[in-house]
Design a protein around this ligand. Structure first.
Ligand code: FES
Length: 106
């Protein structure tokens, strides 16, 4: 199936993007496919936080791993609803997920 994700960019503009659940993509990769300015410098290893997003819906997401938590703890603008997009597989669980890109690291 294709999931739909509501994405708010760093300028506050919301757009709905869609992506397939059968291509082993993660959400960082899907954002890149749609040309959002998410660098994904570490290639999705939870090591760079360039894919930091805020979650604004109640979808069931995978648990935060200790490496993801460590990156979020180190990040100046993390909030309670922070996640790393590369740690979220594009699956039916994230259909209609609402996310917002975190500010770019300085
Ligand atoms: S791409 Fe580096 S932490 Fe997600």
């Amino acid at each position: 199936m294709d999931v739909k994700i509501h994405v708010t960019n760093r300028q506050g503009k919301e757009q709905i993007i869609s992506g397939p659940t059968d291509m082993s993509l993660n959400l960082m990769e899907l954002l890149k496919v749609h040309e959002y300015p998410v660098e994904g410098t570490c290639g999705g290893m939870a090591l760079c936080a360039s894919c930091h997003i805020f979650i604004h819906s109640t979808n069931l997401l995978p648990e935060i791993s200790s490496s993801e938590q460590a990156m979020l703890d180190d990040n100046w603008d993390s909030k309670d609803n922070s996640r790393l997009a590369c740690q979220i597989p594009v699956s039916e669980n994230i259909d209609l997920l609402k996310i917002e890109l975190a500010p770019e690291d300085l």
